[in-house]
Design a binder for this molecule. Structure first.
Ligand code: ADP
Ligand code: MG
Length: 384
């Protein structure tokens, strides 16, 4: 399976109905890490890995979902969709259907074939791409328009409420609203956003460290608690500070001594990261790539040293990148403690860059990294 035509043909063979086909991309975050729950800014990019959803109506009142990647089918009564998760892939499309139904969109009998090439569980948000592909396909089948920001919110609710994963809004938002050759600066406070161009001469090289340290789960909660503590202490001096989004470096300078050291460092990361993220968008808007690169380097240092959410392998991957021709900027992306680094690289050198980075990483760590060469791509849309 590689394209929409092939998926449409397989769908037609299986369900004897010609489908409409929709695509929703995965994503990588260029800059703005752990700023979402501080009501701050993030700047993700939709990538050219996507989940496709082929959809057609059916007369028997059944909802039949087929996952091409797994070769598995699930079938339900459209009037009695399951109310509890089953713990497998079907939770994502079903969660979306339940949330849509709860919003008053009656789910008709339908056949839905899903297929995707977003690597699963690598931090490129295959889950959001499945949700957004499902929601977009159902909206298409129903002939209703659901605005991108709202559709993203509904998909996030599916993941929070049905799947049971405590994710922010970023992944679904960029999958629904991304634009080709652009990054998207999202204000997580009010979901307003701005597109910033990525020049044609630039590639995204996503390097999977192939490690994910198991402390990640517990540390996430600790980081959030530290961020909230720092926020409460600053707010006791300046009540306008509802989230760290509202705080400044000079607030930290004045009252930072009152905050325990670890929490103070986490706060410094969030506060400076917010500023860097907005500055990076402005730099992209004036085509100032060297500033974007510098901000990515600073973001990595802050994530590693102040937020302490990197790991030896990710630091190595970022350090190795500095020595390779073509690099504009590199940093660890995603929740931390492993996962992928994102590298902005001059397009003409991107292939060689990726090969050299993989080779350097292998000799430094013994690990064979997966490399993905991506371009900034369009958000969810109809393909066929
Ligand atoms: P990530 O979103 O970082 O890729 P998650 O653990 O959040 O990782 O989501 C991965 C899960 O999403 C998979 O285990 C699977 O259940 C579901 N999923 C992803 N892609 C597909 C697909 N093409 N078809 C069906 N389910 C998928
Ligand atoms: Mg996910």
């Amino acid at each position: 399976m590689k394209d929409a035509t092939t998926l449409a043909r397989a769908h037609e063979d299986r369900f004897a109905a010609r489908p409409q086909v929709y695509a929703a991309p995965g994503r990588v975050n260029l800059i703005g890490e752990h700023t979402d729950y501080a009501e701050g800014f993030v700047m993700p990019v939709a990538i050219d890995f996507a989940t496709l959803g082929a959809i057609s109506g059916r007369e028997d009142g059944r909802v039949v979902v087929y996952a091409e990647n797994f070769g598995e089918e699930r079938s339900f009564d459209a009037d009695a969709l399951p109310t509890a998760r089953s713990g497998d892939w079907s939770d994502y499309p079903l969660g979306v259907m339940r949330v849509l139904a709860g919003e008053g969109y009656a789910i008709p009998g339908l056949s839905l074939s899903l297929w995707g090439d977003v690597p699963l569980g690598s931090g490129l948000s295959s889950s959001a791409s499945v949700e957004v592909a499902t929601a977009t396909a159902i909206a298409g089948l129903l002939g209703v328009a659901i605005a991108g920001p709202r559709l993203a919110r509904l998909c996030q609710r599916a993941e929070n409420e049905f799947v049971g994963a405590n994710c922010g809004i970023m992944d679904q938002f960029i999958s629904a609203n991304g634009a080709a050759d652009h990054a998207l600066l999202l204000d997580c406070r009010d979901l307003s956003y701005r597109l910033a161009p990525i020049p044609e001469t630039v590639s995204l090289v996503i390097a999977n460290t192939m490690v994910k340290h198991s402390i990640a789960g517990g540390e996430y909660g600790t980081r959030r608690a530290e961020v909230e503590l720092a926020c409460r202490i600053l707010a006791s001096h300046r009540p306008e500070i509802r989230f760290l989004r509202d705080a400044t470096v000079s607030d930290l300078g004045r009252w930072g001594e009152e905050i325990p050291l670890a929490a103070r460092k986490r706060a410094r990361h969030i506060i400076t990261e917010n500023t860097r993220t907005v500055e990076a968008a402005e730099a992209l808007l004036r085509n100032d790539l060297s500033t974007v690169g510098r901000l990515m380097q600073e973001a990595h240092a802050s994530y590693s040293q102040d937020f302490e959410a990197s790991c030896a392998e990710a630091d190595t991957m970022v350090e190795l990148a500095q020595e390779i021709p073509g690099l504009i900027g590199a940093r660890l992306t995603g929740g931390g403690f492993g996962g992928c680094t994102v590298n902005l690289v001059e397009k003409s050198l991107a292939r060689e860059f990726a090969a050299r980075l993989a080779e350097g990483y292998r000799s430094a760590t013994g690990i064979r990294a997966e490399m993905h060469l991506c371009r900034a791509s369009e958000g969810a849309h109809r393909v066929l």
